[in-house]
Design a protein around this ligand. Structure first.
Ligand SMILES: Nc1ncnc2c1ncn2[C@@H]1O[C@H](COP(=O)(O)OP(=O)(O)OP(=O)(O)O)[C@@H](O)[C@H]1O
Ligand SMILES: [Mg+2]
Length: 142
């Protein structure tokens, strides 16, 4: 599916609606330019999962855990990760076996740990259209 977003709010709403299709156990890979709106998308996703905490990218850690929603959400940002090995060191296998929604920003950095069953969210800017224009493509959906 392809969506057009004209603002950060739009992106959140698209993600909010998308969240209603999730049952837990999904891995959602988010890729796209710096500042494309990956974190904004996960913010909407979290709301849609009934999570009321403020969602921001994990900065000092690789993962933020939100366990108070209808379905738990693990938000990874692997922008600064050195290698996929680090993912296993922090317990990746454990994270993906808990029935949570697992969202991974910059999944391209650790592409070798995925098996192809993931949902892929790609967000691209088009500055020729407007500062806030984004195309959001969701593939491999539930
Ligand atoms: N249509 C849009 N969708 C999402 N964000 C938008 C949009 N238009 C403008 N923005 C702005 O772009 C920025 C997106 O930031 P966000 O942190 O979500 O991006 P990101 O892809 O997670 O970046 P990073 O690669 O640094 O993790 C915000 O400042 C937001 O207000
Ligand atoms: Mg981000």
């Amino acid at each position: 599916m392809k969506y057009i977003s004209h603002s950060a709010d739009d992106t959140e709403k698209i993600a909010y609606n998308f969240a209603s299709m999730l049952r837990g156990g999904e891995i959602i890979n988010l890729d796209g330019d710096l500042g494309a709106g990956k974190t904004a998308f996960i913010r909407g996703l979290a709301k849609g999962l009934g999570i009321s905490d403020i969602v921001s990218s994990p900065t000092f850690t690789i993962v933020n855990e939100y366990r108070k929603g209808n379905i738990p959400l693990f938000h990874f940002d692997v922008y600064r990760i050195g290698s996929s090995e680090e993912m296993y060191d922090i317990g990746w296998d454990d994270y993906i076996s808990q029935g949570a929604v697992v969202a991974v920003e910059w999944s391209v950095n650790i592409s070798d740990i995925f098996n192809g069953d993931e949902i892929k969210v790609m967000i691209t800017k088009d500055l020729t259209k407007s500062e806030e224009y984004r195309e959001i493509t969701i593939e491999g959906a539930v």
